[in-house]
Design a protein around this ligand. Structure first.
Ligand SMILES: [Zn+2]
Length: 84
């Protein structure tokens, strides 16, 4: 699978996930927070707080998806013009 980038919920440092599986532990290099991946969520072992994977994923990826949607809309408009 492709590598994912998440943000440390404590300090915001980017953490690269080379793999993702049940029981995976990732450690933030900056603040030392350890996150345990379990049942589709990350558990902060220091505070026992849970975070959804989607909440921790890098925001830039969401912006890219929005841009792609806009591009598709433009394409449709172009084809409509061609019919006339
Ligand atoms: Zn951190």
């Amino acid at each position: 699978m492709a590598a994912k980038i998440i943000r440390c919920p404590y300090c915001g440092e980017e953490i690269e996930l080379k793999d993702l599986y049940e029981g995976l532990e990732v450690r933030c290099d900056l603040c030392g927070t350890v996150l345990l991946y379990r049942e589709g969520k990350f558990l902060n072992l220091d505070t026992n707080e849970e975070y959804d994977l989607e909440d921790l994923e890098r925001e830039e990826e969401e912006e890219l998806e929005e841009l792609e949607e806009e591009f598709e809309e433009e394409e449709e408009y172009y084809y409509e013009e061609e019919e006339f």
